[in-house]
Design a protein around this ligand. Structure first.
Ligand code: FEO
Length: 175
């Protein structure tokens, strides 16, 4: 399909569209990463954490589709991403919590960057759309940080891991 035809049908600027498509790929990768963490937890018998990460995986998929709907709704071409490089082996539960927090902080930085790009390009509609993600990221970071705090507060011996598993399961269960 000719890009010029696509371009005529949307007010989205190329640079903003490119970043939105890139973000869809990042959300898809996050979804796959969380599912992989869930699988690892299941094998360890940490069913509470497995449930928590599976739910996070579903939320990341929803984040991806929200961008998909926005891009297509604006008449532009959304690119369905290829997902590669998903880690399957982890050093332990604390390592997973660290990776999850790093991932969420990196995603927040992405939305800050994209919002700034929108303002530079006077694309206030997309900046408004991105505000939902900035609000969502506060919660995502808070939960990820809480997982690490719980790990460090509760002694990570066998009984400790059991308590951590139960506590983490409650974090996103009410949403
Ligand atoms: Fe879609 Fe957890 O950021």
């Amino acid at each position: 399909m000719k890009s010029s035809l696509i371009r005529q049908r949307t007010s989205l600027q190329d640079s903003v569209l490119e970043e939105l498509n890139k973000q869809m790929a990042i959300e898809a990768h996050s979804s796959a990463a969380y599912l992989s963490m869930s699988a690892w937890c299941h094998v360890q018998g940490l069913v509470g954490c497995a449930h928590y990460f599976k739910k996070q995986s579903g939320e990341e998929r929803e984040h991806q589709l929200r961008i998909f709907d926005y891009v297509t709704g604006m008449g532009a071409l959304a690119v369905s991403p290829e997902v590669r490089g998903v880690e399957a082996n982890f050093e332990g539960l604390r390592n997973i919590f660290e990776l999850a927090l790093d991932m969420e902080i990196a995603i927040t930085e992405r939305f800050n960057f994209m919002t700034e790009l929108c303002h530079k390009n006077k694309d206030y509609q997309t900046a408004k759309f991105l505000q939902w993600y900035l609000d969502e990221q506060m919660e995502e970071e808070e939960n990820a940080r809480r997982c690490l705090e719980l790990f460090d507060l509760i002694t990570p011996a066998n009984d400790g891991l059991y308590q951590i598993d139960k506590a983490v399961a409650k974090l996103n269960s009410a949403e």
